[in-house]
Design a protein around this ligand. Structure first.
Ligand code: GAP
Length: 463
């Protein structure tokens, strides 16, 4: 293993360990031995994830005049997936090892060898796809594997009861298009936004939460006139760049990958993948696609409904074209964790130095914004610190901790990324002031208790 690869896998191990130790992400069903590639967001993880989703909704739904929201069901009429093309096209090429029974994505095996053949037109596996990379056994020929999770609705497990867990949130925005324009006063162009779970029976999940079978998406279908698609494609590309900055990801770790014409999905005329330097390599974070009028036309054809938009001024009818920016929630959380992780040399109380692990989350995304840390558990300090914590809870997410040495408590708060720690000491009883420590600079300031809320509000403003 190269030095770089070793450092990258060490970084991933550190992150997975911190995520578990501090309650961000746990292996799912762990007391039963776990369940491969499933993860649970713990008390801090759910706060971080919700903060990301809230920031997204604020920015792209409440923060704009041309967007409405939707929360559609995961189980939809199976005809949706015939119309969208998922039943026919949502497949990955798969090979199995006849000896060790491991399963691989054929395109991934070839990419690892620097080869990019068109697996769709291939009659026979190329020689690079004959031998298992794990055990040297013989590989089967390439098969197409549909990624949708199949289930049965109701008591009968026959073909008429088959339904699918949605593999993307997007389709509901097209299927509900008519209901949305009939029930709301959207102008034009306008978008529909949705946040929700999606499911894909991935052949090779892995890299922690990067590729899982159950995940969450934040998607927008933005409806435009055909002649305007380029303008709005650029608009959304720019919005996505600004979003990535707001997450605290460094510009040099983010890449905008123009997908080549022959690799575009069946519905897309232009796609840009937004990629991030994860510790395990550069890979897809988000996507931006011009989906043309493909989806609305398909659903109009399969449902027999008119899915045109009528211009209220001219009465002109047309099928809108669609720009689709899409964001993975779990990949956002993972990228934010990666970008926030820092190891720094910090002085100890006895004049030595130690390594401090600090999660430098953007302040508004931190699971706890403020920690209230009385220096002692004595009642007179409690009488001051507990009402202060309660008052702060009306404005910020607050963590209260009165056990262990203050040094250890600071280290803990650094590891969970709390931007501000308030310590209450015996002097606070006299001067009615607390010490506020900044996570990133470790500088401390004495602030009067009745000024604390405004002091902190100013710190969070614009951050
Ligand atoms: N509606 C378009 C669409 O679903 P996609 O590129 O297949 O496009 C969008 O998925 C985003 O969803 C990805 O950019 C990624 O962030 C996230 N995503 C896709 N598959 C995932 C998986 N198996 N695990 C975690 N996130 C996934």
């Amino acid at each position: 293993m190269s030095k770089k690869a070793k450092a990258e896998s060490e970084m991933m191990l550190k992150l997975v360990s911190l995520a578990k130790r501090r309650g961000f992400i746990f292996p799912s069903s762990e007391i039963y031995g776990g369940f491969a590639n499933t993860w649970d967001y713990g008390p801090l993880g759910v706060e971080l994830k919700n903060n990301i989703k809230r920031m997204w909704w604020q920015r792209f739904v409440h923060g704009r005049g041309d967007m409405v929201g939707l929360d559609a069901s995961i189980l939809m009429n199976p005809k949706v997936w015939a119309a969208s093309g998922h039943l026919a096209n949502f497949t990955d090429p798969l090979v199995d090892c006849k000896k060790c029974k491991k399963r691989f994505r054929a395109d991934h095996l070839l990419a690892a060898q620097g080869i990019k053949p068109d697996l769709g037109t291939m009659k026979e596996s190329p020689k690079e796809l004959k031998i298992c990379p794990e055990c040297g056994g013989e590989l089967t020929s390439v098969r197409k594997f549909n990624l949708m999770f199949k289930t049965f609705v109701g008591p009968l497990e026959d073909e008429s009861a088959v339904a699918y867990l949605r593999p993307e949130t997007a389709q509901a925005m097209f299927v509900d298009f008519k209901n949305v324009i009939d029930s709301t006063r959207t102008g034009f162009p306008f978008g529909i936004a949705q946040v929700g779970k999606a499911f894909r029976n991935e052949i090779t999940p892995g890299n922690f939460t990067f590729r899982t079978r159950e995940f969450e998406q934040m998607e927008i279908e933005y409806f435009v006139r055909e002649q305007d698609w380029q303008k709005y494609f650029e608009h959304w590309l720019n919005e996505m760049k600004e979003w990535v900055e707001a997450l605290g990801l460094k510009a040099e770790d983010v890449f905008y990958h123009e997908i080549e014409a022959e690799d575009l999905a069946h519905y897309s005329k232009r796609t840009v993948d937004i990629e991030f330097n994860f510790p395990f390599g550069r890979d897809e974070l988000y996507g931006l696609a011009y989906r043309t009028d493909y989806d609305l036309n398909q659903h109009a054809k399969f449902s027999g409904q008119d899915l045109q938009y009528t211009d209220p001024e001219t009465n002109e009818k047309f099928v809108p074209h669609v720009i689709e920016p899409t964001w993975g929630v779990d990949r956002s959380v993972l990228a934010v964790l990666v970008a926030a992780y820092h190891e720094e040399a910090a002085p100890t109380a006895d004049g030595k130095t130690e390594t401090r692990i600090v999660m430098k989350f953007p302040k508004k995304l931190a699971p706890y914004q403020v920690a209230v840390l009385p220096l002692s558990k004595k009642d007179e300090l409690k009488e001051l610190s507990q009402p202060l914590a309660q008052a702060l809870r009306q404005h910020f997410s607050v963590h209260y901790d009165e056990t262990q040495s203050i040094g250890r408590r600071y280290r803990r708060q650094d590891e969970i990324g709390t931007p501000y720690c308030l310590t209450i000491d015996f002097e606070s009883l006299n001067d009615q002031a607390v010490t506020i420590r900044d996570r990133d600079t470790m500088k401390q300031e004495r602030v009067k208790i009745d000024e604390v809320v405004n002091y902190l509000k100013a710190k969070f403003d614009g951050n």
